[in-house]
Ligand binder design. Structure first.
Ligand SMILES: Nc1ncnc2c1ncn2[C@@H]1O[C@H](COP(=O)(O)OP(=O)(O)OP(=O)(O)O)[C@@H](O)[C@H]1O
Ligand SMILES: [Mg+2]
Ligand SMILES: [Mg+2]
Length: 315
């Protein structure tokens, strides 16, 4: 196939590995910076101009869209979709997964286990919010946070109250969440490709740290998921309509609790922790997808999660 990897950074581990895995399998591959794509719209003939040339004849794209450029990045993916190019992750699924409130609503509706979570529009009823999720200790998270920054553990009601008020004053959007003490500073990352868990790791925070993020000094190790953990990861991925996903979960007394689902999950942590060829799995899945041209009625052997979206809100 002729494959485009949408990435801003050709030197990133994930991008390099995808290129390598594609070439190894005899595919033609190009890294395209989505922010440098110009989208041309006219009746019946959508096109993309990149570095002065029209992008043509691509069979498939793999979007690696950073959270800070979701708006434009997903517009580029959508343009490829309009050009009947297959995408490993659909634009709408990326949009859906990037909106934390919306994705948690979808996951809750689909019956995915999650820590009890409260959202508010800067409500003054801060104590009530804390009580809604079971009282202190609670986790307070910046909605826009990443890599563990902006995640606070408030041990007491008073501390929680001041942190929430401080964030509200800054007009920062937050969620208040039940603290899962049993997870002991660890979480699970399940890597899902085409409705299958292709690798999983357990990340353990450094001593005295409740956050397991590798960026905060945590370490990742290969782990074998239980049946319930696998099922939760697959259900969450399916509910959001993602062909590829990194599902983060906490282990708790009441089973796995999903924290979030990433639509452009990094490859470095998971490949190094597990020794698995995850990039290869992604390429093989995308190659399979590309055999079934978008728009054709015939559905082939691929069991794309994206085909059974419960949330069909389209734009
Ligand atoms: N409700 C919770 N109870 C216990 N520990 C939690 C809870 N929420 C988060 N954690 C810990 O804190 C870490 C960071 O939280 P989370 O993944 O929600 O935010 P983030 O990593 O900053 O965001 P992102 O994953 O989008 O980059 C988790 O990996 C987990 O170890
Ligand atoms: Mg995280
Ligand atoms: Mg994330």
């Amino acid at each position: 196939m002729k494959l485009a990897i949408l990435s801003r950074e050709p030197k990133l581990y994930s991008t390099k590995r995808l290129v390598e895995a594609a070439e190894l399998r005899g595919h033609q591959v190009e890294v395209i910076d989505h922010l440098q794509c110009n989208l041309v719209l006219e009746k019946g003939a959508p096109s993309i101009v990149y570095e002065g040339r029209k992008l043509e004849d691509f069979d498939a794209v793999i979007p690696r869209i950073g959270a800070s450029v979701t708006f434009y990045g997903t517009a580029v993916v959508r343009q490829f979709e309009m050009m009947k190019v297959r995408t490993a992750v659909e634009s709408q699924a990326i949009v859906r997964s990037r909106d934390k409130l919306r994705s948690m609503q979808i996951l809750a509706r689909a019956g995915v286990g999650m820590p009890k979570t409260a959202f508010t529009n800067y409500s003054d009823e801060v104590l009530e919010m804390i009580q809604q999720v079971g009282g202190a200790p609670v986790i307070i998270k910046l909605l826009e946070g990443t890599q563990g920054l902006g995640v606070v553990l408030a041990e007491t009601e008073k501390a929680a109250q001041s942190v929430i008020e401080a964030f509200h004053n800054l007009k920062a959007r937050i969620i208040v969440q039940e603290f899962i003490a049993e997870s002991k500073g660890a979480d699970l990352r399940a890597f899902v490709v085409n409705g299958e868990v292709v690798g999983a790791m357990k990340r353990q925070g450094k001593e005295g740290e409740f956050r397991s993020n590798l960026h905060r000094g945590g370490t990742g190790k290969l782990v074998k998921l239980t049946r319930a953990e696998k099922a939760a990861a697959l259900l969450a991925t399916k509910a959001l309509g993602l062909g590829i996903a990194g599902v983060d979960m906490l282990q708790s007394k009441r089973g796995p609790l999903v924290l979030e689902v990433n639509s452009s999950p990094g490859l470095e942590g998971i490949e190094k922790a597990t020794g698995l060829d995850i990039a290869g799995k992604i390429i093989e899945y995308t190659a399979e997808l590309s055999k079934h041209k978008k728009g054709s009625k015939k559905k082939g052997g691929t069991k794309s999660a994206a085909k059974s979206l419960p949330d069909t809100q389209s734009d």
